[in-house]
Design a protein around this ligand. Structure first.
Ligand code: 13P
Length: 246
């Protein structure tokens, strides 16, 4: 199975010219790495133009509203994102939850993404950790809440990106051992609600992933790939990261 690298460019780069260059470099590196498959999540206004540059690199929207239309100034809908060629949708990123996005919102977005034939990438993760282990409950409620009423035959198509909030933008990722533990916990949570198909759910890790740590995480962390921020938004860094996995 290929390693999935989802490039979350966030609000970068600052111009279309740079976005095009970053995308071309990412595509080139991905083309050489047979064991890696890459998805790019650019700022939404670049989706349609980027879709013309490569069919081999699927695109994701970083966030979109569940409603089909209406009075939501500044938002775009999942329907519009799908029509602009996004085939994946990042849902519930920590930076969106910090802006007030609720578990109910993530649930509506998952259902809307599925209705528009997109693959949801649901981000979950605790803000802090303590020895009492309450972070497991946090992640369980994010997973169960977002997936409420998702039919059993669609559950295996959902991708879960475990991104502990404290590791996003941090100097180092979390220990692979702890990722491994959370990966098992997430799959167990889904199996409890939806049965054995839950074992097939793809779990990614995100938070301070780069070319110096990705291969080791893959070896020891029991994850199928990564959601990458900073190291995806510069041509040299994403090239090095993809190379380190192939
Ligand atoms: P960094 O890779 O910059 O830590 O960001 C992780 C992230 O939030 C990806 O969605």
């Amino acid at each position: 199975m290929k390693t999935l690298v989802v490039c979350n460019w966030k609000m970068n780069p600052s111009s279309w010219k740079e976005a095009k260059k970053l995308f071309e470099e990412t595509k080139k590196a991905a083309g050489k790495a047979r064991s890696v498959s890459v998805v790019v999540a650019p700022p939404a206004l670049y989706l349609r133009e980027l879709s013309k540059l490569a069919r081999s690199i699927p695109l994701a929207v970083q966030h979109a509203h569940a409603d089909e239309g209406g009075a939501h100034t500044g938002e775009i809908s999942l329907a519009q994102a799908a029509e602009s060629k996004a085939t994946y949708a990042i849902i519930g990123h920590a930076e969106r939850r910090a802006q007030g996005e609720t578990i109910e919102d993530t649930n509506k977005q998952i259902l809307s993404a599925l209705a528009h034939k997109m693959t949801p990438i649901l981000c979950v993760g605790e803000s802090t950790r303590s020895i009492q282990g309450e972070y497991f409950e946090t992640v369980r409620s994010q997973v169960k809440g977002a997936l409420t009423t998702v039919p059993q035959n669609r559950i295996a198509t959902i991708i879960i990106a475990y991104e502990p909030v404290w590791a996003i933008g941090a100097p180092r990722p979390m220990a692979p051992r702890d990722m491994h533990e959370m990966g098992i916990f997430i799959r167990k949570t889904i199996v409890q609600g939806w049965g054995d198909v839950g074992h097939a759910v793809t779990v990614l890790y995100g938070g301070a992933v780069d070319s110096t740590n990705a291969a080791q995480i893959l070896d020891e962390g029991d994850v199928r790939g990564f959601l990458v921020g900073r190291a995806s938004a510069e041509p040299e860094k994403i090239k090095a990261l993809i190379q380190s996995l192939s």
